[in-house]
Ligand binder design. Sequence first.
Ligand code: SIN
Length: 309
Amino acid sequence: MTATATATATATRTGPTAESADPIPSQAFEVRGFDAAVGAEIVGLDISKPINDADFARIHRAHLDHHVVVFRDQDVSPEAHIEFSRRFGPLEIHVLHQFHLNNHPQILIVSNIKENGEPIGLGDAGVYWHSDISYKPRPSLGSLLHAQELPAEGGDTLFANQHLAWDALSTQLQQKVLHLKAEHSYLAKYEDLRAKNPWRPKLSQTQIDEVAPAVQPVVRTHPETGRRALFVSEHFTTRIVGLPQDESDALLAELFAHSVKPEFIYRHAWKPHDLVFWDNRSLMHLAAGTPDKLRRKLYRTTVIGDTPR
Ligand code: SIN
């Protein structure tokens, strides 16, 4: 079942907590799960204000339970975005330094806007299903994408629950793939994308060296919840290690098609000042696309995760 951000279900308790010893007051916020395969919205929290340990624990829990959380109404600075992101772990510096926000290399600009004929951001980020940074030995824990400028139509982001994808695989296929490994490469589709979008920068040798391919398990176990998830993507996974190329291609095609079935998907329709935080260990995501004539700009931080197992 698909759903938009407007679909809501149950709300958990609101703060503040009684008699907390924490000197930082709790914020009164609600976590409202969406009626979808994943997702919840968090309403009433200001991420630019100090967040005490109890509130942080609720946010962390919501992220683990719902896999993607939408913080509403975050009219906050890049500095606040970065500081909040850092509470979840160290931040990735994206290889495309051309699209870092000025003086804030922790932020990647995701945008189709051109100024003086030059792109201000990565306009085709997310055009293929993927999990961020799966091409590095330590892929991302999660990404935080903050809306700056939204188009009047289009621009949605889709999320596919890879725990459900694993659970729904046939027992035979589960046994076949459980212990397999696959190669992931940032370069897999880079030249195809450059051919379609010539504004994409030509990578320097230093950039190419920074993104040497990584080998990952085809099925990973979430380090915090212990749940298994499929971990292959059409954007970055190039081959199954140890299989002849034709067998590898056929198996990957089957897994790619399975992993994004409609029943695993939540479709996020952005609202102004949304900050969306997804779990790259549980989900893949896809940018649905924006009409060329409309402007879209978002800022992304990417939290570094652990070595997949
Ligand atoms: C991304 O893949 O990080 C960008 C997703 C989007 O622009 O919706």
